[in-house]
Design a protein. Structure first.
Length: 365
């Protein structure tokens, strides 16, 4: 493959960014040029592991490299908007980790920058590229479920508050707790599988039963960081969404509960002709799907065995195809903005104790 047909990329952030580097390494039409991050030891270690030729401490140095055409932004939530906008203004295409932004206003500014500079902006909702999710999408599109009228989506942990004292638990830096961290993934899965129905109203509730007491860090350990930020986000969120066409969606997300959960996520879809359930425990890829329907008047449950691969590298492949060949950039930044609007409505609804209406990415008063 010629050098001209390869996309030259940089990765900003060496935490989640390591997964992007692993995925890019599987793509023959990508050349990784540089990695940037503030954790010097981790940057050196990750760069060595994936044979990245250049490292920078400051992302601005990476963006100043004219040979880099596209970047993955893999940073804490409060940096998504400023770093993405800087990258777009530097002429780079951008794949940004979820969530798109902390707020609708930030997300709109990111999209405006992409449009102004004619660059691809895409969001890394990688879970929709799992083999089981892709199979469920095809099954739904076959008409086997009929009309989907109700769905449940969840990501629940019994004990798994990430890094007490870090940006994860700061409302200012993260935008929220497990709802914006984990719930955004399953919100995306449910709406994607349902065919992107418009969200009309949102009623949300949030609870912080454990984090403020320093309880239920990963595996029961209190994991702290030297940032020392206060815990001012939820550790459980629930929401009820009314959708265009009469369907509804129940959403749950937690870092910590007294429950049977391990680190579990999934979506259940109820249709007029059948149902389907995705249940993933501890990031498993096998034995995750159940299908329900009636056969000759009797209830039937089937456990399909779809392809168990997919996930991160496929979304990178799609990003590269969008940049090099003009393929659709899915999930698009506009999808990311819609998800952010739902999250913003959930948090506002919880704070105000009332149901709120949505109009696209606008939360109504």
């Amino acid at each position: 493959m010629s050098q001209a047909s390869r996309l030259r990329v940089g990765v900003i952030g060496a935490g989640i960014g390591a997964y992007h580097l692993k995925g890019y390494a599987q793509l023959p039409n990508v050349e990784v040029r540089a990695l940037a991050g503030l954790d010097d030891d981790r940057v050196r270690r990750v760069a060595a592991e994936f044979q990245v030729p250049r490292t920078y401490r400051e992302y601005q140095e990476l963006l100043a490299d004219p040979t880099i055409e596209a970047v993955s932004v893999c940073l804490p939530n409060y940096l998504h908007a400023p770093v993405t906008i800087a990258a777009l203004e530097a002429g780079k295409h951008v794949l940004v980790e979820k969530p798109l932004a902390r707020t609708v206003a930030e997300g709109r500014a990111m999209i405006a920058a992409a449009e102004a500079h004619g660059r691809v902006l895409m969001i890394a909702f990688n879970r929709r590229y799992r083999g089981d999710v892709r199979w469920i999408k095809r099954y739904i599109e076959s008409g086997a479920l009929g009309t989907i009228y109700y769905a449940k989506a969840f990501w629940m942990r019994r004990s798994g508050i990430p890094r007490l004292g870090s940006w994860f638990v700061s409302k200012e830096q993260s935008g929220g707790g497990p709802l914006i961290d984990l719930g955004v993934h399953v919100l995306d899965l449910a709406l994607y599988l349902m065919g992107e129905p418009k969200v009309l109203t949102v009623s949300g509730s949030t609870y912080a039963a454990f984090g403020p007491r320093g309880l239920k860090g990963w595996e029961g350990r209190v994991e702290t960081s030297n940032e020392g930020l206060p815990y001012d986000v939820e550790d459980l969120a629930t929401a009820f969404l009314r959708l265009e066409g009469g369907a509804s969606l129940q959403l749950e997300a937690s870092w910590a509960t007294h429950s049977s959960a391990a680190d579990d996520f999934g979506v259940t879809l109820y249709g007029t002709e059948g149902g389907v359930e995705l249940f993933v425990r501890n990031y498993a890829h096998d034995n995750t799907v159940r299908v329900f329907h009636d056969l000759a008047g009797a209830p039937v449950e089937v456990a399909p065995r779809p392809w168990s691969g997919g996930d991160s590298h496929l979304i990178l492949e799609n990003f590269v195809a969008a940049v090099l060949h003009g393929a659709p950039a899915e999930p698009s930044a506009q999808i990311g903005l819609r998800r952010t609007a739902v999250l913003e409505a959930c948090y506002r609804s919880a704070a105000e104790g009332r149901e709120l209406a949505l109009d696209g990415d606008e939360v109504k008063a």
